[in-house]
Design a protein around this ligand. Structure first.
Ligand code: GLN
Length: 275
């Protein structure tokens, strides 16, 4: 039977930009081991059923399916999250939103809302870092709310909860110290929608009208009614949308409006504060 190293060396993923890493993640998952195991035990021979299971994974990957959906999980912040095709796969870019949010408020008790929570990634990351914050994550899609709740249970976070709501529509009256969102913000005609992982992700989590700003406009128009005085609205957006989003935040009467760059140097989040 082939060794771990020979199996990895012969794994063919011609269309993947990260072929070797993909193969390592998939094989580690098949073996139920951390990726470091593959290097430590590179000479170890595998059983036929392990080879077959790995081949199945490679077939799915060659058909374009994202590694995160094949594994059913994805790391985000310090958390391991279950993911499913009903929701966006959490991106490293979005860790900027978490980092910015954590720096905006003191560690003391605060009321926080995550709009369009998907897998619950942002809400759960904030709840895990700030035990005194109470975080509510909402999503329009039932399967997302259920997925986020499963993630919350597995992580045993008790300062976070999830409910179904189309943006603010189903919320009980409340005042939030911080509202965060990574809404859909891709233009309907963006050619990237036909390439790579996003082909498998739900359009409802990605696409937002002709200029990609439909949902951000809706959120910004309503959010001030739901912010406590001094409360913050913090949004992720596309690399070329920062000017437009800041203009929307200012038009909604928010103050101290600014944008921040992600690790790749792209303007990725914008924020504003209610007077
Ligand atoms: N950043 C994601 C992408 O470019 C889009 C996420 C979103 O629309 N919220 O694929």
């Amino acid at each position: 039977m082939p060794s771990i190293e020979s199996l990895l060396a012969s794994a063919e993923l011609p269309d993947s930009p990260s072929a070797r890493l993909d193969a390592e993640w998939l094989l580690a998952a098949v073996l139920g081991k951390p990726a470091s195991y593959l290097r430590t035990w590179s000479e170890r021979e595998l059983a036929p059923e392990q080879v077959a299971a790995f081949d199945d994974c490679l077939k799915r990957r060659r058909a374009g399916e994202p590694v995160a959906y094949i594994l059913g999980r994805q790391g985000f912040w310090s958390l391991e999250l279950e993911v499913a095709p009903d929701t966006l796969i959490p991106r490293p870019d979005t860790e900027l939103l978490v980092e910015t949010a954590l720096a905006l408020l003191p560690e003391a008790a605060a009321n926080v809302l995550d709009l369009g929570t998907g897998s619950g990634a942002i809400a759960l990351a904030l709840a895990s870092e700030r035990p005194a914050w109470r975080v509510l994550g909402v999503d329009r899609i039932d399967a997302a709310v259920e997925l986020a709740e499963r993630n919350r249970c597995r992580l045993a976070l008790r300062n976070c909860r999830f409910q179904r709501s189309d943006w603010f529509a189903a919320l009980a009256p409340a005042e939030f110290d911080l509202i965060v969102s990574n809404p859909p913000y891709i233009r309907a005609d963006d050619r990237h929608l036909g390439e790579g992982d996003v082909r498998f992700e739900p359009a409802s989590a990605l696409v937002s009208g002709a200029d990609g700003l439909d949902d951000i406009r809706r959120i910004v128009a309503t959010a001030p009614n739901w912010l406590a005085p001094g409360g913050w609205l913090l949004l992720e957006h596309g690399f070329d949308q920062a000017d437009a989003v800041r203009a929307l935040l200012e038009a909604a009467g928010l103050e101290a409006v600014e944008s921040r760059r992600d690790l790749g140097g792209q303007w990725r989040v914008s924020l504003g504060c209610k007077a």
